[in-house]
Write a protein that binds this ligand. Structure first.
Ligand code: NDP
Length: 404
């Protein structure tokens, strides 16, 4: 009997693609045994470069932060932003009293009052069901905190379950509890259309703040331009999208390096950026008296256990480097990195544009693109650095000259 595709071994899947032997070998040499257990139809790992944000001070603690990202100059900029931030004592991070996930039970064609009464009169039963469904999260100090109703449209109501998932991101924990809770709502069965966690993580909003001196960013004029640029991004979705993309260069790189779900973090961040109906900059820069104040508040839904984190050796090693002890601590470091990234980008734009610094970092990639070997890369980059204008043709020509 022929095997189904999902039953094939990684090598059998590769063999079915009729690859050149060297491509096949490259995939084979790039595997982590645990990874074949994490996703389906595994063939190989996809490597992303990882570098260090060498030092950022968060709540008085020096932290070294691994960042996984393919884009040149992001890590250099993060270090630059962190250096400015560290010069004024670092970032202050504030957490809510308790971070929690939200799970949704979605009803249609039902008055909210009926669900409201039901939820209020069945609080104990709903709590008991959650405890039976996921006893271990209660042993760890978490569990169902509250249940509320929310009118979504004239015909749609969401029953929201607020669940403390401790150090796990919690998607599976929330879904397990929600699916168990369905039994309590059996009399409304025909109106219930589904249950699932929400990634609109409003119970996980963390704030990081920094008070910069004007000198620390290069003077009063630069500080004013940073504020003006940020103000523009609060009003203009075109600019806001780009400013937030830069912020997520930092956030996403740490989320990825720690084995967390970057789609969840991005989705909740962008939803929060649109919370008043218009997409706006997530970070905020203002001048108050003689200081430039930077602040970033946003939901950050991550864990230090669970999901793929505990199964991916790399993620565990990264968390060890950061000496992280809890998901809340990780949240603060991720946002601090985002704020440092944001500051570096705004400062670069305010002081004449990002392209000069960015392109220099890009030259190494350009050298590889035109076929330079590892030993040729630094020689070619040094030559490119001397030119005012650089493109692929010029780089190829220079490479040929080097090889003569
Ligand atoms: P898991 O269920 O894998 O991990 C949580 C488990 O980790 C807990 O149930 C607990 O196991 C164990 N654990 C150990 N120590 C702790 C601790 N200190 N605090 C809390 N739990 C601990 O994953 P999550 O529930 O975190 O779900 C995350 C995964 O779900 C991610 O891979 C995500 O990509 C995925 N996902 C995301 C969705 C979304 O965002 N929309 C949808 C569906 C899935 P035990 O009970 O044995 O003690």
């Amino acid at each position: 009997m022929t095997k189904k595709y999902y039953e094939l071994t990684p090598d059998e899947r590769l063999a079915s693609l009729n690859l050149k032997q060297e491509t096949m070998t490259a995939f084979q040499e790039n595997r982590t045994p645990q990874h074949a257990q994490i996703i389906e139809n595994y063939i190989s790992d996809f490597r992303v470069p990882m570098g260090m944000l060498h030092d950022i001070i968060v709540n008085g603690q020096h932290v070294s932060v691994p960042m996984a990202i393919e884009e040149p100059s992001v890590i250099a900029a993060a270090n630059n932003g962190a250096k400015m931030i560290n010069s004024v004592g670092g970032v202050k991070a504030m957490l809510p009293k308790r971070t929690a996930m939200i799970g949704q039970m979605m009803f249609v064609d039902m008055p909210i009052t009926v669900l409201d009464d039901f939820v209020l009169s069945h609080q104990n039963e709903l709590l008991a069901i959650a405890q039976r469904a996921k006893p271990t999260i209660y042993q760890r100090g978490g569990g169902l905190l509250s249940v509320t109703t929310r009118q979504v449209s004239p015909t749609e109501v969401s029953v929201d379950f607020i669940i403390d998932t401790q150090d796990a991101m919690g998607a599976n924990i929330v879904n397990t509890i929600l699916e168990a809770e369905i039994s309590a709502f059996s009399k409304f069965e025909t109106h219930l259309i589904g249950v699932i966690l929400s990634n609109h993580a409003l119970e996980q909003i963390v704030t990081v703040k920094v008070n910069m001196t004007f000198d620390s960013v290069g003077g009063h004029d630069v500080a004013q331009k940073i504020v003006a640029l940020n103000h523009f991004a609060k009003n203009d979705p075109y600019r806001a999208t780009t400013e937030n993309k830069g912020l997520f260069n930092g956030i996403g790189a740490v989320v990825l390096a720690t084995g967390n779900d970057w789609r969840a973090v991005e989705a909740s961040g962008h939803a929060y950026a649109s919370r008043d109906g218009q997409y706006r900059a997530l970070a905020s820069w203002t001048i108050q008296e003689d200081q430039l104040i930077g602040e970033l508040s946003m939901p950050i839904s991550v864990g230090t256990v669970g999901g793929a984190i505990s199964a991916m050796p790399q993620a565990k090693n990264v968390l060890n480097i950061m000496k992280i002890t809890s998901a809340d601590e990780l949240r603060t470091i991720i946002l601090a990195t985002g704020l440092a990234q944001n500051l570096a980008a705004l400062k670069a734009i305010a002081s004449g544009g990002i392209q000069r610094g960015h392109m220099r970092m890009q030259y190494r990639v350009l050298a590889l693109q035109v076929g330079a070997t590892m030993s040729e890369v630094p020689i070619l980059v040094a030559k490119l650095n001397q030119l005012k204008q650089v493109d692929t043709t010029i780089a190829s020509k220079l490479l040929s000259e080097i090889r003569k």
